[in-house]
Design a binder for this molecule. Structure first.
Ligand SMILES: Nc1ncnc2c1ncn2[C@@H]1O[C@H](COP(=O)(O)OP(=O)(O)OP(=O)(O)O)[C@@H](O)[C@H]1O
Ligand SMILES: [Mg+2]
Length: 367
């Protein structure tokens, strides 16, 4: 895990991008990528992930701001001068070339001598475990095999930086998980810096050193997966990553570490105070469904509310309860499943509780 960004490999400074001169698709992007890091860009459709990647690759120019690779400014360097490997969703293999020829292509473009190419291609084929299919054409491969070839082609010239845009989007779930593991393994083995675009949050959380959450062209938070989930900085991140009981209210009191959120129903909730929280501000609760105790004798819990049980859903390893709490329906609790567990009846009132450290009071919007 990364302690701090001490030696930035890539730096985005005040990057704005507009295609039409009016609407900004990225706004004030400021972040650094450390050498060897696996950074994912995660966010809803249209939030600016691909545009950010395209600016790094050199296929799009920023409207303002600068991108540095090490110490040198990248804005004006053409794509082929950036020594960046790329993998896209639709593989884009050359259909008339064999697997080996596809992998050799970036070496030919870079005028690597033929004799040297052979060894590099063999090594790349061994890395993706497809040496036996070197002479096939892409149409004779499965989707996963094609994606492996695309990966080998992006890595064969030993780029320092590899960019991937939804590379597993076209694969089914099982293959997708296998390939996630494979990409992660290659990342660790080669020590290459990777920037990976996805809108699949579990993919981002399991693969990355850090994740940048995009919304409306702005980075809402950039942090290691665990921090995003357990320490979201604003309501968008709390609601977008995992599930959240995002009750809204106003901050009634706030000291340095904790805040009291007053809901419109008159109920108060105490939790850790997020950045920018101040008395009188609108704020939202960040509370994960698995952090809530149900009908428990927990005297140390600062928050204790009554809820009506609307739905009880069996999910194998846990039960999922939907409740109406403080006048809001859709409140979610996850209770681990145990043998011979007595289930709550629908319609009854239950006490739900959680500690002040189990939840956070966050600002409504980070933009
Ligand atoms: N070449 C273009 N010309 C004009 N507008 C564009 C162009 N490319 C993207 N956009 C717009 O910029 C915004 C951001 O697009 P972008 O492709 O970066 O989003 P994304 O986060 O990658 O979304 P998705 O998850 O759907 O791939 C969108 O509103 C999109 O319509
Ligand atoms: Mg995209």
């Amino acid at each position: 895990m990364l302690a701090s960004v001490s030696k930035p490999f890539v730096t985005f400074s005040s990057i704005d991008k507009t295609y039409d001169g009016e609407t900004f698709v990225t706004r004030n992007l400021n972040f650094a990528i450390e050498e060897g890091e696996f950074l994912s860009l995660l966010g809803p459709s249209g939030s600016g992930k691909t545009t950010t990647l395209m600016m790094l690759a050199g296929f799009e120019a920023p409207s303002s701001g600068s991108i540095l690779l090490g110490e040198s400014r990248l804005n004006e360097a053409p794509p082929h001068r950036r020594n960046i490997g790329m993998v896209f969703q639709n593989y884009a293999l050359f259909p008339n070339m064999t697997v080996a020829q596809n992998i050799a292509f970036p070496l030919s473009v870079r005028h690597v001598p033929k004799a040297e190419q052979k060894g590099l291609v063999e090594r790349a084929l061994a890395m993706i475990e497809l040496s036996h299919l070197a002479d096939r054409r892409p149409a004779q491969l499965s989707g996963g095999q094609q994606q492996r070839v695309a990966l080998a082609r992006a890595l064969v010239f030993e780029p320092k930086l590899v960019l991937m845009d939804e590379p597993l989007g076209a694969l089914d779930k099982n293959l997708r998980e296998t390939m996630q593991y494979e990409i992660k393994r290659l990342h660790e083995k080669l020590g290459v810096t990777m920037v990976y675009v996805t809108h699949d949050q579990s993919e981002a959380l399991t693969m990355s050193d850090r994740v940048a959450v995009f919304h409306h062209g702005r980075i809402q938070q950039i942090a290691p997966p665990r921090d995003l989930y357990e320490d979201p900085e604003n309501a968008f991140v709390a609601n977008f990553i995992g599930e959240n009981n995002g009750l809204a209210g106003q901050v009634a009191a706030c000291d340095r570490a904790y805040a009291t959120l007053a809901l419109t129903s008159g109920i108060s909730i105490r939790g850790r105070a997020g950045a920018g929280i101040a008395t009188g501000k609108s704020a939202v609760l960040a509370l994960r469904p698995e952090n809530i105790a149900f009908d428990a004798d927990a005297p140390d819990h600062a928050n204790r509310l009554a809820g009506t049980i609307d739905e009880v859903i069996y999910c194998g390893d846990h039960w999922r309860l939907h409740l109406t709490v403080a006048g809001h329906n859709g409140f979610i609790i996850k209770v681990p499943n145990r043998t011979a567990m007595v289930l709550p009846e629908l319609g009854r009132t239950a006490t739900i509780s959680w500690g002040q450290d189990d939840c956070k009071i966050v600002v409504a919007d980070g933009s």
